[in-house]
Design a protein around this ligand. Structure first.
Ligand code: ATP
Ligand code: LTN
Length: 349
């Protein structure tokens, strides 16, 4: 069976990405590193975005929380600017092909290859061997399936995901090389990571050597979008900088200040050199106070919109149902090609 991409794919390149519903609120790193790009790309690309609930159960979770956080993630994505008329927004578990292709890709991945994934190594080291599941180990391979099912050309993510996109490329090439003999079209498109350099890694406000993360050891450097803006403003005001006073973008010598400048520049659309000029001769205090204000202004309507989507769960679920239907049409087509090329006997109807 020859693989034919859907007609829409021929008009626009396709992007796909996912976000976990593991913490209730997105943090500023998620937004600036990934979701902001998702919003922009829906204008130029055939865009598929999903809440990856299958990935969320690779660590211990509470069922009621997972359900609530999945809807909360979708509400935040809509509040951030995703438009269901312009992109396909869905929940991963609504499309069974993810788990199905995940299995096939598991069988193509070397044990040593999977063992080299740094996110797994970090997370399993934190949890300890007894609490680490096989699901966490195969997490990146499910992500590979997520991407390949949609024939994505590009995957907008933060820097921490680069290795998983590399694995995706490797496995796609391996599959194509092994199973595409004589086929008119390759089974899988080889995707590129889409990582915006400036915001690829937003750092913890208290420890600018590590990325802002929901699993940070202390919440002081983590800016959650749904927290009270006053609490976040305080975090900006007490952000760790350095003993100097000059406001200059220099990630080596001044990681803390540079991180604040990146956040400020991105939220306001002002270039960093312009900010450096504006704050010449002013202390860190001024920059932090202004940034706290900039953030509050941006986040207030975001929180409001999120609440509005949450207040109407029927509409939210209906957006997700329509998204899943569109996603399934694409995913089923890819999976059918894969099953055929792997050598599975077709099911009789
Ligand atoms: P955490 O490390 O906080 O657990 P995660 O990577 O598990 O985060 P996800 O919600 O799955 O969180 O990530 C969604 C997206 O946000 C991914 O594309 C990821 O690369 C991006 N991202 C996460 N943290 C940052 C950060 N500090 N800077 C830039 N991008 C980030
Ligand atoms: N591992 C990703 C989430 C994710 C993803 C995907 C991202 C799951 N499937 C497919 C891009 C494409 C993370 O952000 N931690």
């Amino acid at each position: 069976m020859a693989f034919e991409p859907s007609p829409v794919a021929r008009q626009r390149p396709r992007v796909l990405s996912g976000i976990q519903p593991t913490a209730g609120s997105f943090h500023l790193g998620n937004y600036l590193g990934a979701v902001r790009q998702w919003v922009a790309l829906q204008e130029t690309h055939d865009a598929f975005y999903m809440v990856v609930d299958l990935h969320a159960i690779t660590v211990p979770q509470d069922p009621a929380e997972l359900r609530a956080n999945t809807r909360l993630a979708a509400a935040q994505l809509l509040a951030a600017g995703l438009d269901p008329e312009r992109c396909t927004l869905f929940v991963q578990s609504h499309v069974p092909e993810h788990a199905q292709l995940g299995w096939v890709m598991n069988c193509l991945t070397g044990f040593g290859e999977a063992s080299r994934m740094t996110q797994f190594k970090d997370k399993s080291a934190k949890q300890g061997a007894d609490r680490t599941t096989v699901g966490l180990f195969t997490y990146p391979i499910l992500q590979v399936a997520d991407i390949l099912l949609y024939q994505a050309d590009a995957v907008p993510v933060g820097e921490d995901q680069r290795q998983h996109i590399e694995l995706t490329r490797d496995l796609a090439e391996r599959f194509n090389g092994r199973f595409d003999q004589g086929a008119a079209r390759p089974t899988f498109t080889i995707p590129d990571a889409y990582i915006v350099r400036e915001t690829a890694k937003i750092y913890d406000l208290q420890d600018p050597a590590v990325k802002m993360s929901k699993s940070a050891s202390s919440p002081k450097g983590l800016v959650n979008l749904l927290d009270e803006p006053k609490a976040s403003a305080k975090k900006f005001k007490s952000a760790v900088t350095d003993t100097d006073t000059v406001i200059r973008y220099d990630t080596e010598a001044k990681p803390g200040v540079s991180n604040l400048l990146t956040i400020y520049a991105t939220l306001t659309g002002t270039a960093v050199p312009e900010l450096e000029r504006r704050y010449e001769g002013k202390g860190y205090g001024a920059l932090k106070t202004d940034l706290a204000e900039v953030f509050t202004e941006w986040v207030t309507p975001f929180r409001q919109r999120t609440q509005e989507y949450l207040d109407d769960p029927e509409s939210l679920d209906s957006v997700l149902a329509k998204g899943a239907e569109k996603a399934r049409a694409v995913a089923a087509e890819t999976l059918a090609t894969v099953y055929d090329r792997v050598g599975f006997v077709p099911a009789k109807h």
